[in-house]
Design a protein around this ligand. Structure first.
Ligand code: UDP
Length: 234
């Protein structure tokens, strides 16, 4: 029995890079693609947002024009989506990449109606290019598209296994939450998801499950409502 009939899976760019931390780790991506396909075969409608941190992040690009840096970041998310969508096809499922702006004939323009139709037909829809605007992140792009296509939950697969009260890389005493409200997350200024995404999720009552992409079948477990990672409730 599945908990959600339609989900949006957000994959952080870094998590897709595997141990090398840059570019693509094909074996990680193939495993992820197989899990996404399994979700569809379990009757769930699946959409995906992928970050760009394995190539580029606007906010860490020094003193260059932030708008231009973010444009490069958005393009990086499109490269990621084209790659992962192609691996999904190679593994046996149709996949479509939609972007908020025209990228020639490489992607389709975002449309709620077409995205819903694709998902009904059993295709995986990748929402690439973030929101299409600088000064946002793919977390916000994921929250926005998740609200637009009315998913039951956002499944955030990261390179960390949940939300902590402080950075576990810096603080060995950091404690992981099994669940936390989105309001508390904002009030405590925890960096698990960005504030714009959190605000949108609160407004639209969209829960988020944060878990480790490395966990075997993590995406399947999160979609089935198993208690993994941290549930951010609204
Ligand atoms: N980006 C943007 N607008 C958006 C989404 C993303 O400008 O709506 C840019 C921004 O520069 C960001 C980069 O794309 O740093 C990659 O996205 P993100 O940092 O969210 O990737 P992740 O950390 O999830 O891999």
């Amino acid at each position: 029995m599945q908990k959600y009939s339609r989900v949006l899976v957000k994959l952080s760019g870094e998590a897709l890079a595997g141990e090398q931390q840059r570019g693509f780790d094909h074996s990680v991506i193939t495993r992820v693609a197989r899990e996404l396909i399994e979700l569809v075969r379990n009757g769930i409608e699946v959409s995906v947002v992928i970050g760009g941190g394995n190539f580029w992040r606007g906010r860490t690009s020094g003193d260059m024009d932030r708008t231009k840096a973010d444009q490069i970041g958005m393009l990086a998310t499109i490269m990621n989506a084209i790659y992962v969508a192609d691996v999904c096809r190679a593994e046996g499922i149709e996949a479509v990449v939609q972007t908020p702006f025209a990228v020639g004939n490489m992607t389709e323009l975002f449309s709620k109606e077409r995205a819903l139709l694709h998902m009904k037909e059993g295709k995986i829809v990748f929402f690439a290019g973030g929101t299409g605007h600088p000064f946002f992140s793919t977390d916000t792009g994921a929250a926005l598209r998740g609200c637009e296509v009315e998913v039951g939950a956002l499944l955030f697969a990261k390179n960390i296994d949940g939300v902590y009260d402080s950075d576990p890389k810096l603080n060995p005493e950091a404690k992981k939450y099994d669940s936390i409200s989105c309001q508390e997350l904002l009030a405590k200024n925890l960096k698990a998801i960005d504030a714009a995404a959190a605000t949108l999720c609160i407004d639209q009552k969209l829960p988020i499950i944060v878990f480790d992409l490395d966990m075997p079948n993590g995406i399947l477990k999160a979609a089935a409502g198993e208690k993994i990672g941290t549930t951010i409730y609204v």
